[in-house]
Ligand binder design. Sequence first.
Ligand code: PSU
Ligand code: MN
Length: 300
Amino acid sequence: MKSALVFSPEVAAALASNSPIVALESTIISHGLPRPSNLNVAREVEAIVREHGATPATIAILDGEVHIGLTDEQLVAIANRDDISKASSRDLAILVASKKSAATTVAATAHLAAQAGIKVFATGGLGGVHRGAIESFDESADLTALSTLDITVVCAGFKSILDVGATLERLETLAIGLVGYQTNAFPGFYLTDSGFTIEHRVDSAAEIAAVIKARELVGTNNAALLVANPVMKEMNPANHDQILATGLAKAEAAHIIGKDVTPFLLEHFHTTSHGESLAVNIEIIKSNSALAADIAVASN
Ligand code: PSU
Ligand code: MN
Protein backbone atom coordinates (compact mmCIF):
# COMPACT_ATOMS: atom_id res chain seq x y z
CA MET A 1 0.00 0.00 0.00
CA LYS A 2 1.29 3.46 -0.85
CA SER A 3 1.78 5.61 2.23
CA ALA A 4 0.86 9.29 2.19
CA LEU A 5 3.24 10.06 5.06
CA VAL A 6 6.27 12.29 4.48
CA PHE A 7 8.97 11.81 7.12
CA SER A 8 11.49 14.51 7.99
CA PRO A 9 15.06 13.23 7.54
CA GLU A 10 15.55 13.30 11.32
CA VAL A 11 12.42 11.22 12.02
CA ALA A 12 13.16 8.82 9.16
CA ALA A 13 16.63 8.20 10.62
CA ALA A 14 15.22 7.69 14.12
CA LEU A 15 12.64 5.20 12.85
CA ALA A 16 15.27 3.31 10.84
CA SER A 17 17.58 3.01 13.85
CA ASN A 18 14.75 2.27 16.28
CA SER A 19 15.60 5.34 18.36
CA PRO A 20 13.14 7.02 20.75
CA ILE A 21 10.66 9.43 19.11
CA VAL A 22 8.01 11.74 20.57
CA ALA A 23 5.03 12.82 18.48
CA LEU A 24 3.86 16.41 18.99
CA GLU A 25 0.56 17.92 17.86
CA SER A 26 0.26 21.11 15.84
CA THR A 27 -3.21 22.46 16.71
CA ILE A 28 -1.79 23.82 19.92
CA ILE A 29 0.64 25.85 17.76
CA SER A 30 -1.92 27.14 15.24
CA HIS A 31 -5.07 27.44 17.36
CA GLY A 32 -4.11 27.00 21.02
CA LEU A 33 -1.41 29.63 21.53
CA PRO A 34 -1.29 33.23 20.29
CA ARG A 35 1.30 34.58 17.85
CA PRO A 36 4.21 35.19 18.20
CA SER A 37 4.78 33.00 21.28
CA ASN A 38 3.36 29.95 19.45
CA LEU A 39 6.41 29.61 17.17
CA ASN A 40 8.91 30.02 20.02
CA VAL A 41 7.07 27.39 22.05
CA ALA A 42 6.99 24.96 19.09
CA ARG A 43 10.74 25.35 18.68
CA GLU A 44 11.50 25.14 22.42
CA VAL A 45 9.39 22.01 22.83
CA GLU A 46 11.32 20.28 20.04
CA ALA A 47 14.60 21.34 21.71
CA ILE A 48 13.43 19.90 25.04
CA VAL A 49 12.60 16.54 23.43
CA ARG A 50 16.11 16.45 21.89
CA GLU A 51 17.77 17.40 25.21
CA HIS A 52 15.99 14.45 26.79
CA GLY A 53 17.41 12.08 24.19
CA ALA A 54 14.49 11.61 21.78
CA THR A 55 13.61 12.87 18.31
CA PRO A 56 10.64 15.26 18.02
CA ALA A 57 8.03 14.51 15.36
CA THR A 58 5.65 17.45 15.08
CA ILE A 59 2.78 16.34 12.84
CA ALA A 60 0.80 18.53 10.42
CA ILE A 61 -0.62 18.64 6.88
CA LEU A 62 0.89 21.08 4.41
CA ASP A 63 -0.51 21.43 0.90
CA GLY A 64 -2.02 17.97 1.07
CA GLU A 65 1.11 16.24 2.38
CA VAL A 66 1.03 14.56 5.80
CA HIS A 67 4.28 15.49 7.53
CA ILE A 68 5.71 13.41 10.35
CA GLY A 69 8.40 15.78 11.61
CA LEU A 70 8.60 19.37 10.36
CA THR A 71 11.50 21.49 9.16
CA ASP A 72 11.85 24.89 10.81
CA GLU A 73 10.32 26.49 7.72
CA GLN A 74 7.29 24.21 8.05
CA LEU A 75 6.95 25.02 11.76
CA VAL A 76 6.90 28.71 10.77
CA ALA A 77 4.14 27.96 8.26
CA ILE A 78 1.97 26.21 10.87
CA ALA A 79 2.52 29.02 13.35
CA ASN A 80 1.95 31.96 11.01
CA ARG A 81 -0.04 31.03 7.91
CA ASP A 82 -3.69 32.10 7.88
CA ASP A 83 -4.92 29.11 5.83
CA ILE A 84 -4.17 26.50 8.50
CA SER A 85 -7.39 24.81 9.61
CA LYS A 86 -7.87 22.54 12.64
CA ALA A 87 -8.00 18.91 11.53
CA SER A 88 -9.46 15.98 13.40
CA SER A 89 -9.02 12.40 12.12
CA ARG A 90 -12.16 12.59 10.00
CA ASP A 91 -10.77 15.55 8.04
CA LEU A 92 -7.44 13.98 7.06
CA ALA A 93 -8.38 12.27 3.79
CA ILE A 94 -10.40 15.26 2.61
CA LEU A 95 -7.48 17.63 3.24
CA VAL A 96 -5.00 15.33 1.49
CA ALA A 97 -7.26 14.90 -1.54
CA SER A 98 -7.85 18.65 -1.86
CA LYS A 99 -4.17 19.48 -1.15
CA LYS A 100 -5.00 21.78 1.76
CA SER A 101 -3.08 22.62 4.93
CA ALA A 102 -4.05 21.98 8.52
CA ALA A 103 -2.79 21.52 12.02
CA THR A 104 -3.70 18.22 13.65
CA THR A 105 -5.60 17.81 16.92
CA VAL A 106 -4.77 15.15 19.49
CA ALA A 107 -7.16 12.76 17.69
CA ALA A 108 -5.57 13.29 14.27
CA THR A 109 -1.99 13.44 15.58
CA ALA A 110 -2.37 10.24 17.59
CA HIS A 111 -3.88 8.51 14.55
CA LEU A 112 -1.00 9.56 12.29
CA ALA A 113 1.65 8.84 14.91
CA ALA A 114 0.30 5.30 15.31
CA GLN A 115 0.36 4.91 11.49
CA ALA A 116 4.00 6.01 11.53
CA GLY A 117 4.88 3.56 14.31
CA ILE A 118 5.44 6.24 16.97
CA LYS A 119 4.28 5.16 20.42
CA VAL A 120 4.72 8.22 22.67
CA PHE A 121 2.97 11.56 22.27
CA ALA A 122 3.01 14.81 24.26
CA THR A 123 0.27 17.43 24.32
CA GLY A 124 -1.06 20.08 26.71
CA GLY A 125 -4.59 19.22 27.79
CA LEU A 126 -6.78 16.65 26.08
CA GLY A 127 -10.20 17.34 24.65
CA GLY A 128 -13.18 15.68 26.31
CA VAL A 129 -16.80 16.11 27.28
CA HIS A 130 -17.88 19.76 27.24
CA ARG A 131 -20.02 21.27 29.96
CA GLY A 132 -23.64 21.04 28.83
CA ALA A 133 -22.82 18.07 26.57
CA ILE A 134 -26.05 16.41 27.64
CA GLU A 135 -27.75 18.91 25.33
CA SER A 136 -25.01 19.91 22.87
CA PHE A 137 -23.53 16.39 22.48
CA ASP A 138 -20.13 18.12 22.30
CA GLU A 139 -17.54 15.49 23.11
CA SER A 140 -14.03 15.71 21.62
CA ALA A 141 -13.01 13.12 19.04
CA ASP A 142 -9.79 12.91 21.08
CA LEU A 143 -11.53 10.39 23.32
CA THR A 144 -12.88 8.05 20.65
CA ALA A 145 -9.62 8.23 18.67
CA LEU A 146 -7.58 7.30 21.75
CA SER A 147 -9.91 4.38 22.45
CA THR A 148 -8.60 2.66 19.30
CA LEU A 149 -4.87 3.50 19.27
CA ASP A 150 -1.75 1.93 20.75
CA ILE A 151 -0.11 5.09 22.03
CA THR A 152 0.93 6.67 25.32
CA VAL A 153 -0.13 10.31 25.70
CA VAL A 154 1.37 12.66 28.27
CA CYS A 155 -1.09 15.43 29.20
CA ALA A 156 -2.01 17.74 32.09
CA GLY A 157 -5.45 16.15 32.27
CA PHE A 158 -8.30 17.54 30.19
CA LYS A 159 -8.71 21.21 29.48
CA SER A 160 -10.42 22.77 32.50
CA ILE A 161 -13.08 24.29 30.23
CA LEU A 162 -14.56 20.76 30.10
CA ASP A 163 -16.72 18.61 32.36
CA VAL A 164 -13.82 16.74 33.95
CA GLY A 165 -15.98 14.25 35.89
CA ALA A 166 -17.94 13.22 32.80
CA THR A 167 -14.74 12.93 30.76
CA LEU A 168 -13.19 10.63 33.37
CA GLU A 169 -16.28 8.42 33.19
CA ARG A 170 -15.91 8.25 29.40
CA LEU A 171 -12.25 7.21 29.76
CA GLU A 172 -13.36 4.28 31.88
CA THR A 173 -16.06 3.27 29.38
CA LEU A 174 -13.62 3.54 26.46
CA ALA A 175 -10.99 1.46 28.31
CA ILE A 176 -8.36 4.20 28.02
CA GLY A 177 -5.68 3.59 30.67
CA LEU A 178 -4.83 6.32 33.17
CA VAL A 179 -1.90 6.84 35.49
CA GLY A 180 -0.93 9.89 37.53
CA TYR A 181 2.69 10.94 37.35
CA GLN A 182 3.91 11.37 40.93
CA THR A 183 0.35 12.08 42.07
CA ASN A 184 -3.04 10.58 42.86
CA ALA A 185 -4.77 13.92 42.26
CA PHE A 186 -6.09 14.19 38.71
CA PRO A 187 -4.64 17.42 37.26
CA GLY A 188 -6.93 20.20 36.04
CA PHE A 189 -4.85 21.58 33.14
CA TYR A 190 -4.35 25.22 34.25
CA LEU A 191 -4.82 23.96 37.82
CA THR A 192 -2.65 21.34 39.52
CA ASP A 193 -5.60 19.45 41.00
CA SER A 194 -9.04 19.06 39.37
CA GLY A 195 -10.54 17.69 42.60
CA PHE A 196 -10.81 14.16 41.13
CA THR A 197 -8.64 11.24 42.22
CA ILE A 198 -6.55 8.88 40.06
CA GLU A 199 -6.39 5.28 41.21
CA HIS A 200 -2.94 4.47 39.83
CA ARG A 201 0.18 6.47 40.59
CA VAL A 202 3.57 6.02 38.89
CA ASP A 203 6.73 7.75 40.03
CA SER A 204 9.24 7.40 37.19
CA ALA A 205 9.58 7.04 33.42
CA ALA A 206 10.87 3.53 34.03
CA GLU A 207 7.65 2.60 35.84
CA ILE A 208 5.62 3.94 32.91
CA ALA A 209 7.80 1.95 30.48
CA ALA A 210 6.99 -1.17 32.50
CA VAL A 211 3.26 -0.42 32.17
CA ILE A 212 3.66 0.05 28.39
CA LYS A 213 5.39 -3.32 28.13
CA ALA A 214 2.72 -5.01 30.27
CA ARG A 215 -0.04 -3.54 28.07
CA GLU A 216 1.36 -5.60 25.18
CA LEU A 217 1.61 -8.71 27.34
CA VAL A 218 -2.02 -8.57 28.43
CA GLY A 219 -3.26 -7.25 25.08
CA THR A 220 -4.76 -3.97 26.31
CA ASN A 221 -2.61 -1.92 23.95
CA ASN A 222 -5.58 -1.60 21.58
CA ALA A 223 -6.49 1.59 23.47
CA ALA A 224 -4.28 4.45 24.62
CA LEU A 225 -2.57 4.99 27.95
CA LEU A 226 -2.80 8.49 29.43
CA VAL A 227 -0.09 9.82 31.72
CA ALA A 228 -1.49 12.73 33.71
CA ASN A 229 1.31 15.15 34.59
CA PRO A 230 0.23 18.06 36.81
CA VAL A 231 1.65 21.52 36.21
CA MET A 232 3.89 22.76 39.05
CA LYS A 233 2.93 26.43 39.02
CA GLU A 234 -0.82 26.69 38.50
CA MET A 235 -3.09 29.63 37.73
CA ASN A 236 -4.68 31.44 40.61
CA PRO A 237 -7.79 29.22 41.12
CA ALA A 238 -10.18 32.10 41.84
CA ASN A 239 -8.97 33.91 38.71
CA HIS A 240 -9.33 30.70 36.74
CA ASP A 241 -12.92 30.08 37.83
CA GLN A 242 -13.97 33.64 37.13
CA ILE A 243 -12.41 33.71 33.65
CA LEU A 244 -13.98 30.35 32.84
CA ALA A 245 -17.43 31.59 33.85
CA THR A 246 -17.18 34.72 31.70
CA GLY A 247 -15.75 32.68 28.79
CA LEU A 248 -18.56 30.12 28.84
CA ALA A 249 -21.17 32.91 28.94
CA LYS A 250 -19.45 34.73 26.07
CA ALA A 251 -19.24 31.57 23.95
CA GLU A 252 -22.92 30.88 24.47
CA ALA A 253 -23.94 34.46 23.65
CA ALA A 254 -21.84 34.39 20.47
CA HIS A 255 -23.26 30.94 19.48
CA ILE A 256 -19.80 29.41 19.23
CA ILE A 257 -20.19 25.71 18.38
CA GLY A 258 -18.29 22.67 17.09
CA LYS A 259 -14.56 22.83 16.72
CA ASP A 260 -14.46 26.58 17.38
CA VAL A 261 -15.42 26.18 21.05
CA THR A 262 -12.04 25.11 22.40
CA PRO A 263 -9.90 27.72 20.56
CA PHE A 264 -12.44 30.41 21.53
CA LEU A 265 -12.24 29.58 25.24
CA LEU A 266 -8.45 29.23 25.26
CA GLU A 267 -8.10 32.61 23.54
CA HIS A 268 -10.51 34.14 26.08
CA PHE A 269 -8.32 32.76 28.88
CA HIS A 270 -5.10 34.07 27.36
CA THR A 271 -6.41 37.61 26.77
CA THR A 272 -8.50 37.97 29.94
CA SER A 273 -5.80 36.64 32.28
CA HIS A 274 -3.21 39.00 30.71
CA GLY A 275 -0.85 36.13 29.99
CA GLU A 276 -1.23 34.17 33.24
CA SER A 277 -2.94 31.20 31.53
CA LEU A 278 -0.54 31.45 28.59
CA ALA A 279 2.49 31.09 30.87
CA VAL A 280 0.90 28.05 32.52
CA ASN A 281 -0.06 26.52 29.16
CA ILE A 282 3.52 26.90 27.92
CA GLU A 283 4.88 25.33 31.11
CA ILE A 284 2.46 22.41 30.67
CA ILE A 285 3.52 21.59 27.14
CA LYS A 286 7.22 21.89 28.00
CA SER A 287 7.05 19.65 31.03
CA ASN A 288 4.85 17.10 29.21
CA SER A 289 7.32 16.97 26.32
CA ALA A 290 10.24 16.37 28.67
CA LEU A 291 8.41 13.53 30.41
CA ALA A 292 7.28 12.04 27.08
CA ALA A 293 10.91 12.00 25.89
CA ASP A 294 12.00 10.29 29.11
CA ILE A 295 9.26 7.68 28.61
CA ALA A 296 10.26 7.14 24.96
CA VAL A 297 13.88 6.64 26.05
CA ALA A 298 12.94 4.33 28.95
CA SER A 299 10.70 2.14 26.80
CA ASN A 300 13.10 1.98 23.85
N1 PSU B 1 -3.97 21.29 24.50
C1 PSU B 1 -3.61 22.60 24.65
N2 PSU B 1 -4.07 23.48 23.71
C2 PSU B 1 -4.81 23.08 22.61
C3 PSU B 1 -5.16 21.71 22.46
C4 PSU B 1 -4.70 20.86 23.44
O1 PSU B 1 -2.95 22.96 25.63
O2 PSU B 1 -5.16 23.91 21.75
C5 PSU B 1 -5.96 21.26 21.25
C6 PSU B 1 -5.63 19.81 20.92
O3 PSU B 1 -5.27 19.75 19.56
C7 PSU B 1 -6.91 19.04 21.18
C8 PSU B 1 -7.92 20.07 20.81
O4 PSU B 1 -7.00 17.86 20.42
O5 PSU B 1 -7.40 21.25 21.42
C9 PSU B 1 -9.32 19.68 21.28
O6 PSU B 1 -10.27 20.32 20.50
P1 PSU B 1 -11.81 19.86 20.58
O7 PSU B 1 -12.24 20.17 21.97
O8 PSU B 1 -12.50 20.72 19.55
O9 PSU B 1 -11.85 18.41 20.23
MN1 MN C 1 -16.14 19.55 20.13
